[in-house]
Design a protein around this ligand. Sequence first.
Ligand code: BDR
Ligand code: CA
Length: 303
Amino acid sequence: MKLIIDTDPGIDDAMAIAYAAAAPEIDLIGLTTVFGNTHVHQSSRNARFLLDKLGLEAPVAEGAAFALGETSHAPSEHVHGPEGFGDITEIPQIGANHRLSAAEFLVEMARQHKGELVVCAVGPLTNIAEAIRLDPSFAGNIQRLVIMGGAVYCPGNITEHAEANIYHDASAADAVFAAPPDTVLVGLDVTLKTLYETADFEALAARSLDMGGFLRDISRFYLKFYKEVGGLDGCGLHDSTAVIACTHEPMFETVETGLQVIVEGPEIGATRPVTSRPPVRVCRDVDGAGVVSLFTERVASLP
Ligand code: BDR
Ligand code: CA
């Protein structure tokens, strides 16, 4: 499967990118970056660093630095650390970004690989909304859009109403759901059922010394946040679960509904089911243990 991950790395983003590199079904044709967990130039630097570490030559196209809407929220540094990789703050600049912007790259790749390209968006939806605006045929050119975002039938994480990716650019998300491509939404409804615990990271690091060890190291900060804020003994495999949904949809139970995003006021970023919009497939349940073990088995195969 030809895949582009639109991402804000980010600790769980790094896990998802590592998973994609290890998954035999995935042909990663590029990463597009966005603000969110960190500033966009840090997202791009981290993305290039990860691809180099994974031995992949895929391009990184840099995208939005701010939300499309008027409300722009500060990056989630309290969750992902000052540079996006927890306590690891010395991240080398490797190579350079692609000459096209993220939205232009998405449009171009969707044309080149018409009907074949899956886009997995695991950050705020700014680049995706921008690609749809740039090229009215973009939505029809891609095979599918899989989004990590939203909390449709459960509480949010960044506020009680909103999930972080949708909250960071509620207007962009609302624009995407107004006229969505073939879309699967992988929100907190399922990603909090894929808990990855300290012991899982240790076991992974023992099998994959370099990549697994790196993921274990950057995750300490993230696990501390989950413990302090949610009382959880692990973190959700948010972004990896979305990448797994690209290739393993039968592991998920979905319902079809239209979606609207609240774009202002105290409930900004809330994702509400509505009948007035075209349906997307919202994941309601998942084989959580299956996702955790698939993630481990694949990432453990990396050096
Ligand atoms: C999502 O928000 C970000 O903090 C994570 O990387 C993930 O994409 C989870 O709500
Ligand atoms: Ca992310």
